[in-house]
Design a protein. Structure first.
Lengths: 482, 344
C-alpha cells in the first residue's frame, strides 16, 4: 500500500456473520447461530452502540444505577432466557452463537456484554453440578421473569475479602482465606460470610453461593447453594467504584445467618467431585466466554481507531494516508481476528470434551422442547426434573465425560482467557497510541474500551492464575502421558 | 555555573520545599484532581507554587541546574499528584520558550499543547481555527501556541477565555480543553518569535522538556511500584504472602528493573547535552510505562481495579503520561531514515 492513498469515508458498517464467524458457517446449527448473532447485532446497534458512553457516565455517577430501558429491551429480545435449552423453557440458543453474541455486544460495550453474560457463570456452575432440580429452578426463574418483562439476574458469589483467584481452585482451598460457612441445621443450612466483587450482585434475584461446611475448607467441604436475594440475612453492602465496565455492578454481598433449605443445595454427586471436576468444567466454559468478550473489545477498538483516525492528521495529512498508520491499523484488526480464533478453539474443546460434551447428550431438545417449553408445562417440568429418576439420569450423563476431555477444555479456556484479554488490552493501547491525544478524550470512547478491557485480565482468575492452572491442565498432564 | 552536569544540591533543596508544599496543600490538590476545571482552586495552587519558585524555574535558573530542579520537583510531585506535575511542566516549558526569546509570561497557569508532537503543531490557513486538547486551558488566562501561518512559524502568546474541561483518561489535574479562535485572537496575539530559526529553537526546547516528562513518568512508576511491593508483603495466597511466590517475585523484579531505568534516565536527560542513548531510553521507557504500571496493578488483583486503590489512577495517569510531548510512536517516526531525531 503506497503512501498518500486516501481512505474511503463514511459511516462504518457492521461485519456480516460470514465475515466475522466463517468457522461457524459449516458447523451444525449454523442457521440458528446466524439468526441469533444477527438478532444480537441488531439489538446492540439499536440499544448499546450509541449509548455506551452515556450508560457508563450514569453508572460512574451512581454505582447503583440500573439501566431500566436497556433491561426492558433485553427482555423483549430474549437475552436472558437464551442460554437455557428449550426443554427448560429457554431460547435454546447454541452455545457457539451465545458466545458470538457476547462478542457482538462487547464490540459496542463489554460492560453491557458482562451485564447480560455474567449470569452465564451462575448457569455454568449449576450446569456443572448436573442437578436437574437446581437447573430447572434457575431456568424457570429467569424465563418466567423475562416473559413478564422483568429482568432476572443470577450472581455467582465465590470471591471473598481474603480469597480471590484461589477461591476457584480446589488445590488452593485449604490455604485460601475462605470464611463463608454453611452449618447444617434442621431442614437445611445456616449460611454466613461475605462475598466481594460479585458481578450483578446488587441486581441479582438469586445468588449461587459457594460455601464450606467445615472451617478447614477442604474440597470435600465445598457446596453450592441457591440463595434468593430477598432471603432474610442477605444484604448488599455496596457496589465498588470500578475503573471500567461500570454498567455491570460489582458488589459486596453479605450473608448473615441465612437459612437455606435443603432443597436449595445443588446436588453434584460427591462434594469433592464437584470441587475438582465441576469447577474445572465451569472455568473451561466461562474462560472461553471471557475470550469472546475480549475479542469483541479488540474488534471494537480497531473499529474505533479506524473511525477516530480518519479525523486525525499527522504531519498535515490524514493519518491513514500514511503507510505506517495503515499497517498499524491492520495489525490491530489482525489481533482481533486472532483473539476470535482462540475463544472459538476453546469453545470447541468445551463442546467436545468439556462441560458441554455431556450436555449435548441430554434428551433431544427439539422434541422434548416443544413438549415442555410452554409456560403451562412448568409444573410438570418441575415435577419431572425434581425426581430422583431425573437426578440419576443426569449423574449417568455426567459420568460420560472423561477426565482428559475436561482437563483439555479447561486448559483451552485458560489459553483463550489469557491470550484474548492480553490482545484486547494491547489493541486498545495501540489504538490510543495510533490516534494520539484525540484517543485520550472520554468522548472518543477508546479510553473507555481500554479501562473496560483491563478487567478482562483480572476476572475469572488473574491471567497469572490462569497460567498456573494451565501448568496443571496441560504441562503436567503431558509429562504423565509420556 | 551551568556546566554539563547539573548541581543536584539545588534540586534537592527545591524537592524538600515541594514536598513540604504538598503536605500543606494536600486538600487543595485532592479537590483540584476531583474538579480540575475549578479556576479558584487552580489559582490558589498556582499562587502558592509560585511562592515556592516552581512555576518559572527556566527563567530564574536557566541551564542544567534549572532542568534538574524542575525534573526532580516534578518527580517528587508526580508520586502524589501526577496531573498537577504535568500542569507545572506545561507552565515551565512555556516559561522556557518565552525566556529563549527574552520574554516573560504573565503569572498563573499557561495553556500549552503539551500532547502535541512538533510535527503536529497547527498550520493555519483559514479564519477559524480550533486547537484541540490544549493542556491547562480551563484554568489559564493565556496560551502559548507554536503554529505556522502561511507556512511561516510563529510562537504566539494569546489571551484566552475560560474553556470547558474535556475529560480524559488520566492526569486529571492537567485539564484539557479545546481553543476555538473565531475572532482571530490568536492571529492578533503577541508573536514572541518567528521564522525557521525560531522554530528550531522551540523544537529543541520541546525536546529538552522530555527530562520533565520522564521525571513525571518515573514518579508515577515509583509510587505504583512501592504500592505493589507493599501489597505483596501483606496479601496472602496459597498459605503464604504473595511476595514469597516466585511468580510474584519475577513480576516485582521486572517492575523494579524498569523503575530503576526510569529513575536513571530523567536524571541523565538533565545534562546540558543529553546523550543519545538516554534520549532513546526515555522514548522506550515512555512506551513501556503503561504496561509496567499495569503489572503493578495486576499484583493487586481485583482490588487494584477499584478507584479506591491508587493503582487504578496510577495506571490511567501512566497511560496518558506516555503521550506527553507527543506519542513515542510519532517520535520513533521523527527519527527518520537516518536513525536519529530529525529535528535535533
Amino acid at each position: 500500500v503506497a503512501e498518500g492513498l486516501p481512505l474511503p469515508t463514511g459511516p462504518l458498517r457492521n461485519s456480516t456473520f460470514a465475515e466475522r464467524f466463517p468457522a461457524m458457517l459449516r458447523a451444525p446449527g449454523a442457521g440458528a447461530a446466524q439468526r441469533w448473532v444477527d438478532h444480537v447485532q441488531a439489538f446492540s446497534t439499536r440499544h448499546v452502540a450509541g449509548q455506551a458512553l452515556a450508560l457508563e457516565q450514569a453508572a460512574a455517577a451512581d454505582p447503583d444505577y440500573v439501566p431500566q430501558d436497556l433491561l426492558g429491551a433485553a427482555c423483549r429480545a430474549g437475552l436472558f432466557s437464551a442460554p437455557f435449552p428449550a426443554w427448560l423453557g429457554g431460547g435454546g440458543v447454541p452455545f457457539a452463537a451465545l458466545l458470538a453474541g457476547h462478542e457482538i455486544l462487547a464490540t459496542d460495550c463489554v460492560g453491557v456484554a458482562n451485564l447480560f453474560g455474567v449470569s452465564g457463570l451462575a448457569i455454568g456452575c449449576v450446569m456443572a453440578t448436573f442437578d436437574p432440580r437446581a437447573l430447572e429452578r434457575i431456568a424457570s426463574l429467569v424465563c418466567a421473569g423475562e416473559r413478564r418483562g422483568e429482568p432476572v439476574f443470577l450472581s455467582t458469589c465465590v470471591t471473598e475479602p481474603g480469597a480471590g483467584s484461589d477461591a476457584e481452585d480446589a488445590d488452593e482451598f485449604e490455604h485460601a482465606q475462605l470464611r463463608t460457612l454453611a452449618q447444617p441445621v434442621a431442614g437445611g443450612w445456616r449460611l454466613s460470610g461475605t462475598k466481594i466483587f460479585i458481578s450483578n450482585g446488587s441486581l441479582a434475584a438469586l445468588h449461587v453461593v459457594a460455601a464450606f461446611t467445615d472451617p478447614r475448607h477442604r474440597p470435600e467441604d465445598f457446596r453450592l447453594f441457591l440463595v434468593p436475594a430477598d432471603a432474610p440475612g442477605v444484604r448488599i453492602v455496596r457496589n465498588e467504584h470500578k475503573l471500567g465496565q461500570k454498567i455491570c455492578p460489582a458488589g459486596v454481598v453479605e450473608f448473615e445467618d441465612v437459612f437455606v433449605p435443603t432443597a436449595s443445595l445443588c446436588r453434584g454427586g460427591e462434594p469433592a467431585e464437584f470441587a475438582w471436576n465441576g469447577l474445572a468444567n465451569v472455568l473451561g466454559l466461562t474462560r472461553a466466554g471471557v475470550g469472546a468478550f475480549a475479542a469483541g473489545v479488540a474488534e471494537g477498538a480497531w473499529l474505533s481507531a479506524l473511525e477516530l483516525g480518519s479525523r486525525v492528521t499527522w504531519r498535515g495529512r490524514p493519518l491513514y494516508e500514511w503507510q505506517w498508520a495503515r499497517v498499524e491499523l491492520a495489525e490491530l484488526a489482525r489481533l482481533a481476528q486472532v483473539a476470535r480464533s482462540v475463544w472459538q478453539d476453546a469453545l470447541a474443546a468445551v463442546l467436545t470434551g468439556g462441560l458441554l460434551a455431556p450436555v449435548d447428550r441430554l434428551p433431544d431438545p427439539p422434541l422434548v422442547g416443544r413438549l415442555l417449553r410452554p409456560a403451562p408445562m412448568a409444573a410438570l417440568r418441575r415435577r419431572v426434573l425434581g425426581s430422583d429418576a431425573a437426578y440419576t439420569l443426569f449423574r449417568r450423563i455426567a459420568a460420560q465425560q472423561t477426565a482428559a476431555g475436561r482437563e483439555s477444555a479447561c486448559g483451552y479456556g485458560d489459553v483463550a482467557k489469557v491470550s484474548a484479554s492480553d490482545i484486547a488490552v494491547e489493541v486498545c493501547s495501540r489504538a490510543i497510541a495510533l490516534c494520539g491525544k484525540e484517543a485520550l478524550r472520554r468522548e472518543a470512547g477508546l479510553e473507555k474500551r481500554l479501562r473496560d478491557a483491563r478487567l478482562l485480565q483480572i476476572y475469572e482468575g488473574t491471567n497469572q492464575v490462569n497460567m498456573l492452572d494451565y501448568v496443571k491442565r496441560r504441562l503436567l498432564r503431558q509429562v504423565a502421558a509420556a | 555555573v551551568n556546566a554539563a552536569a547539573p548541581d543536584w544540591t539545588l534540586a534537592e533543596a527545591l524537592v524538600a520545599a515541594v514536598q513540604a508544599w504538598q503536605r500543606r496543600h494536600a486538600d487543595d490538590c485532592a479537590r483540584f484532581e476531583a474538579n480540575p476545571g475549578h479556576r479558584d482552586t487552580a489559582a490558589r495552587i498556582a499562587e502558592s507554587l509560585a511562592a515556592v519558585g516552581l512555576l518559572d524555574i527556566a527563567a530564574t535558573t536557566p541551564g542544567p541546574d534549572g532542568q534538574a530542579m524542575l525534573a526532580a520537583s516534578l518527580h517528587a510531585m508526580a508520586a502524589q499528584a501526577a496531573g498537577l506535575a504535568a500542569l507545572v511542566l506545561a507552565r515551565n516549558l512555556a516559561v522556557a520558550l518565552a525566556a529563549e526569546f527574552g520574554r516573560e509570561l504573565p503569572a498563573g497557569w499557561t495553556a500549552l499543547p503539551l500532547y502535541d508532537d512538533p510535527d503536529d503543531w497547527p498550520r493555519i490557513a483559514g479564519d477559524t481555527t480550533v486547537w484541540r486538547g490544549i493542556a491547562g486551558l480551563p484554568v489559564a488566562d493565556h496560551a502559548l501556541l507554536p503554529l505556522s501561518i502561511d507556512d511561516d512559524f510563529r510562537l504566539v502568546l494569546a489571551p484566552v477565555d475560560a474553556a470547558a474541561h474535556v475529560p480524559t483518561l488520566g492526569l486529571a489535574a492537567c485539564p484539557l480543553a479545546d481553543l476555538t479562535d473565531t475572532a482571530g485572537a490568536v492571529r492578533r496575539g503577541t508573536v514572541l518569535a518567528q521564522g525557521a530559526a525560531a522554530e528550531q529553537a522551540v523544537r529543541r526546547l520541546w525536546q529538552r522538556a522530555e527530562a520533565g516528562a520522564a521525571a513525571i513518568r518515573s514518579g508515577i512508576l515509583d509510587a505504583a511500584a512501592a504500592a505493589a511491593v507493599a501489597h505483596a508483603a501483606v496479601r496472602r495466597q496459597g498459605g503464604r504472602i504473595i511476595a514469597e511466590h516466585t511468580l510474584i517475585q519475577r513480576m516485582l523484579g521486572d517492575i523494579e528493573r524498569e523503575r530503576v531505568l526510569a529513575a536513571a534516565v530523567w536524571r541523565r536527560l538533565c545534562c546540558a547535552a543529553p546523550p543519545a542513548d538516554a534520549v532513546a531510553e526515555a522514548e522506550r521507557g515512555a512506551a513501556r510505562l503503561p504496561a509496567v504500571v499495569s503489572n503493578c496493578l495486576q499484583i493487586f488483583g481485583g482490588s487494584g481495579y477499584t478507584e479506591d486503590v491508587r493503582l487504578a489512577r496510577d495506571w490511567r495517569d501512566a497511560t496518558q503520561a506516555a503521550l506527553l510531548l507527543g506519542h513515542p510512536m510519532h517520535r520513533t517516526l521523527a527519527r527518520g531514515p537516518e536513525g536519529s531525531i530529525s529535528h535535533a
